[in-house]
Design a protein around this ligand. Sequence first.
Ligand SMILES: [Zn+2]
Length: 239
Amino acid sequence: MIITASPIKECDKRIEVLTKERGRISAFARGARKPNCVLSACTVPFTFGKFTFYEGRNAYNLVSGEIDTYFEEITTDYEALCYASYFAEMVQYLAGEGMEAAEELLLMYVTMRALQHKLLPLPLVRVIFEMRLMMIEGEGLELFGCLRCGNKDAYNVYLSQGGLLCAKCAAKQGKYAGEYPIKLSADAKYTLQYILTSPLEKLYAFTVTDRVLKELQQFMKSYLARYLPHKFKTLDFIV
Ligand SMILES: [Zn+2]
């Protein structure tokens, strides 16, 4: 999937591509800004397909592209485009270079489809995407039971510990006393569990009440502030 494309020289593009086999790669698409160039259509952001590269000494060069899905509706819908750009920046930041990224790629694909078909409110799409991507990148939280004893009846998330602690275990471990846990409602906890375990094809097949959505947004804010302290510039366009 094309993640970003920026103009370079007179008529070329520099592209970032998320690939199944080699993660994120940068490449040049020569002549891609000439309207009649075969590379011009397949280097539009979020285009999903099969790409062939020539591996030069210092960079990849795009030779050809076979478009599978072109998410045109996203590029013409300003709000959806802002969210898609943020998701692209986040995956670009987190996915490694030269490492397999099949999960990230599938996540991007189903997320773009959700944006294209306007399946869910955009802020909910964002919560789902962020939560699932963090898990894929190994930064997930334990939200199924207490980290110490496995008790399922735990609702307090201690970010410093990486997940839930039941009241008993938290009391025993006095050293967390200084940390205010985030108390999840049963609905929010269940939703987060669903996001962590659902098959990717069914990830965007539910919705929540406004109250739960607000709670999830607040939760993600604290979670990402601690686990992903990075300023994404595309976030400036999301209100
Ligand atoms: Zn416990």
